[in-house]
Write a protein that binds this ligand. Sequence first.
Ligand SMILES: [Zn+2]
Length: 336
Amino acid sequence: MRILYQKRHILHRARMTIKGRLKQGESHILVNKIVRMNQSHQVHVIDLNFLGGANGIAAFLVESADGPILIEAGPHSTLPTLEKGLATHGYQISDIQHVFLTHIHLDHAGAAWCFAEHGAQIYLHPFGYAHMHDPSKLLASAKMIYKEAMDALWGTLKPIPADQLHTVDHGESVQIGSTTITAWHSPGHAKHHIAWQIGSDLFTGDVAGVSINHGPVIPPCPPPDINIEDWENSLQIIESLDEVDRYFLTHFGAITDCEAHIAKLRKSLEAYSQFFLPYHEQGATVAEVLPDFREFVKKYLTDNGMSESDAMAYEAANPSDMSATGLLRYWKKKLG
Ligand SMILES: [Zn+2]
């Protein structure tokens, strides 16, 4: 299948404004026109049943007139579940020739290399390229964090050949037949984060937060890239995509009240980051903060209507120790 990159000069202006709010109108009028012509796709949410639980990590099968497209590959450890999910829609791994990654964290990109081994093209942020092409450093640092739990949690990573990795710039579109997929660079959670737009759908990865069973919207804040200011800029970018009326969260599923959803995320992002400020000022370690933060998260979730078992699903999708490490690091980088 022929793939055309649509790099139109007007989109360069959108890229130039990544640090600030995209100007309403002009900067993506052309994109709007392109994507509105392509509404003939269907999205299937595939639950990867991470660690045996429901609604923790999703991958998205997009059926278009031009064949299946996968958004997110999930962890390598859940590939058999993804394979089963694809089979219920009549596809095998080798049928998937296009995989779009929101970012290269292992819960989103860990199985991408398996699709590449079957010939798929992999689309990602330029900052993610090196680690997918040569995953040795990523693998080594994950093994250091997860130790003997690494295999069960994430499995492994293998290099993806350069000619199957395609980096996509901010505002740039990938054309697969008549389907247009547009990249919106959206740092804050990770420097290598992209929200992918197909028509009125936006696949938000982690930039629109975590919300399980339509529960509270909270920010996943793992190290090393958390940057609250960049995150806010990214929220403004995705809010400015006026034609978008549905978000697909990797953790977890479809959201249609987009405006209210982002307002809730802003609130939790503020609450979570501010929680750590006094601890940073006291020079506290992650281990010292963690018991208090776990209490804070539990209270935040239960105050927002979650049962204890729901709170556990949140913890699986968004571990508190990761967020404690990420947010303490954020303040240290910002304030020294
Ligand atoms: Zn994630």
